[in-house]
Write a protein that binds this ligand. Structure first.
Ligand code: 13P
Length: 338
């Protein structure tokens, strides 16, 4: 198969009406914090048990087309079956987070940039052998009166594009994730302005690096007021502002936009996605790539106990199904109680 055919096949397998992506790629330190908060012991074994439980949920592939894994998970197995092979057996495409997290960005306003260049080409070849067909790289932008700074906008755009080009060269579909953080007291209008700037620069950089837009998935944050702002955004406001910004900045060659949840509650993330799809049709498939908004109820139900597995899998399936409805603009809050 040519590289192009390989990229196209992965896009075809990931981009389906009514389906989205489950982000289960928390780094060890992040998942430790999530487990600690619920007093669940965090070890290689418990992380495996938790993720195996999520991926083994019956009928998950009715709503989920891909799962993003952390490096550790990619090489874990149960009963001789690796987790990527388990997913593939359920027609779910395994992906891999390839960035190495955030580091301070010199000469910025206390901002961060993403690292992970070392051996990226070689690492991708290895991940591919282990079953990964798409990748993720997360760039993070702070919003405040003085942020993001020009250097943060430039460094993150360049980083995302450089990573995306290396992925495509290896036949791996890159998820391009520019996340403007919800933390802070900024207004919806301020978020809109800086999200537009960030996305504009990301697509400019993707062009410079020769990235083929037909074979990427964009994973942006929604345009939403900061979590400490006096006026919290309604789903209708989020939908109007986010769509306006995306239409101005994202070419229609991009097949799919899969939002992150970024600290929104599960219900909020579903309602916001639904409101955007109610404004459709849009030039791109508009779906989800949620971490916390899909996993939170499942993690709470699990409590680290094997006896809670059915309950926890049910909780995951409920959120996946509601978000699937939201990709069609068919979600109602009444469905939360069904
Ligand atoms: P959240 O949906 O919890 O923001 O996670 C998505 C993700 O992959 C962040 O990089």
């Amino acid at each position: 198969m040519t590289i192009q055919a390989e990229l196209q096949k992965t896009i075809n397998d990931l981009v389906h009406p009514g389906k989205g992506i489950l982000a289960a790629d928390e780094s060890t330190s992040t998942i430790t914090k999530r487990f600690d908060a619920l007093k669940i012991p965090c070890s290689e074994e418990t992380r495996l048990a938790y993720r195996h439980m999520l991926f083994n949920t019956d009928n998950l592939n009715n709503y989920i087309s891909g799962v993003i894994l952390y490096e550790e998970t990619l090489s874990q197995s149960t009963n001789g079956l690796s987790l990527p092979a388990l997913l593939a057996s359920k027609n779910i495409v395994p992906g891999i987070k390839v960035d190495k997290g955030l580091v301070p960005l010199a000469n910025s306003r206390n901002e961060k940039t993403t690292q992970g260049w070392d051996n990226l080409h070689e690492r991708l070849q290895e991940y591919k052998k282990q079953g990964a067909r798409f990748a993720k790289w997360r760039a993070v932008y702070t919003i405040s009166d003085s942020c993001p700074s020009y250097v943060a906008i430039h460094s993150n755009a360049d980083g995302l594009a450089r990573y995306a080009a290396i992925c495509q060269e290896n036949g791996i579909v890159p998820i391009v994730e520019p996340e403007l953080l919800m933390d802070g007291d900024h207004s919806l209008e301020h978020c809109s302005k800086v999200t537009q700037w960030a996305l504009h620069e990301v697509f400019n950089a993707l062009f410079i690096y020769g990235v083929k837009l037909e074979y990427i998935i964009l994973k942006p944050s929604m345009v939403i007021a900061g979590n400490k702002h006096a006026q919290q955004s309604t789903p209708e406001q989020v939908a109007q502002e986010t769509m306006a910004v995306l239409k101005r900045t994202v070419p229609s060659a991009v097949p799919s936009i899969n939002f992150l949840s970024g600290g929104q509650t599960p219900q909020q993330a579903t309602a916001n996605l639904d409101a955007m799809n109610k404004l459709g049709p849009h030039p791109w498939h508009l779906s989800f790539s949620y971490g916390r908004a899909l996993q939170e109820p499942a993690l709470h139900s699990w409590e680290g106990k094997s006896s809670n597995v059915p309950l926890s899998q049910k909780a995951l399936l409920i959120r996946a199904k509601l978000n699937s409805a939201a990709t069609n603009g068919e979600y109602t809050t009444a469905m939360e109680n069904e």
